[in-house]
Design a protein around this ligand. Structure first.
Ligand SMILES: C[S@@+](CC[C@H](N)C(=O)[O-])C[C@H]1O[C@@H](n2cnc3c(N)ncnc32)[C@H](O)[C@@H]1O
Length: 231
């Protein structure tokens, strides 16, 4: 007999799971969501509240000092990560949109997180490649253009401390990851290739979690090369 080691989530069970995490009803997060909704269809890019809770939890549990996110948007993930940092911790947040990150800055200010977050505007890969040598990270969250994820991964990995964690968002592509002809959707094709690459990659240990739109948690193995000069 084959054991079924998972449960099927219908809408009711999904709603139940989504209703069981800490930090619900946070006024800053709720107001940020309302403000983001005013932008129209793009608002769906904002991470859901339970994913924000997970990011805070991970960052807090790891006692993160230095974090980076690629894909700021209106600031929800930045808010969650910055809140989890240890005293004196810093988050570097990369995005190319002045319009959307203006909202992020306003809400980070309201949450009293200004001094913990440094926002850099511009295309993310050049920003990453131009990072000062002293920046290295305990935690990274990747949530920008999907065809760029692999390049972000390769640029980030040497800057992660051994044991550091990279979290990739949207790794199930709302289920399209199982699509028969991925070539029709370059974003999903890129994510499918990265999911397979991460499974085989001996530099990390990783697990794909079916929370939100699917997140891949990757921990850089001890003994893997890192850039010198910790920040
Ligand atoms: C899915 S949203 C990020 C959502 C955000 N993490 C949150 O919690 O709400 C993706 C963001 O990536 C940014 N982006 C997309 N491609 C980019 C690139 N090549 N360089 C920099 N930012 C990029 C977009 O401007 C957008 O704000």
């Amino acid at each position: 007999m084959a054991l079924q080691h998972y449960i099927r989530l219908d809408d009711a069970l999904c709603a139940y799971v989504r209703n069981h995490h800490s930090g619900q009803g946070d006024p800053v997060f709720l107001d940020l969501r309302e403000e983001t909704m005013r932008l129209g269809a793009v608002a769906e890019m904002m991470i859901p509240e339970e994913e924000a809770s997970l990011l805070s939890l991970l960052v807090g549990a790891m006692r993160v000092q230095r974090a980076i996110e690629i894909g700021t948007f209106t600031g929800a993930s930045g808010l969650a990560i910055a809140r989890g940092l240890t005293v004196g911790g810093k988050l570097l947040s990369l995005d190319r949109s002045e319009e959307w990150t203006r909202i992020a800055r306003a809400f980070w200010g309201r949450a009293g997180l200004d001094d913990r977050i440094e926002l850099r505007l511009g295309p993310a890969l050049p920003s990453l490649e131009a990072l000062e040598a002293e920046w290295s990270f305990d935690f990274a969250f990747v949530d920008a253009d999907k065809t760029g994820y692999d390049a972000y991964y390769e640029a980030l990995l040497p800057r992660m401390r051994p044991g550091g964690v990279i979290v990739f968002d949207n790794m199930l592509r709302e289920g399209r990851i199982l699509g028969r002809d991925l070539r029709r959707d370059p974003d999903t094709e890129a994510i499918a290739r990265l999911n397979d690459k991460l499974r085989e990659d001996s530099r990390i240990e990783g697990v794909l979690l079916p929370i939100a739109d699917g997140i891949y948690l990757c921990r850089k193995k001890e003994g893997e090369a890192s850039l010198p000069n910790r920040h």
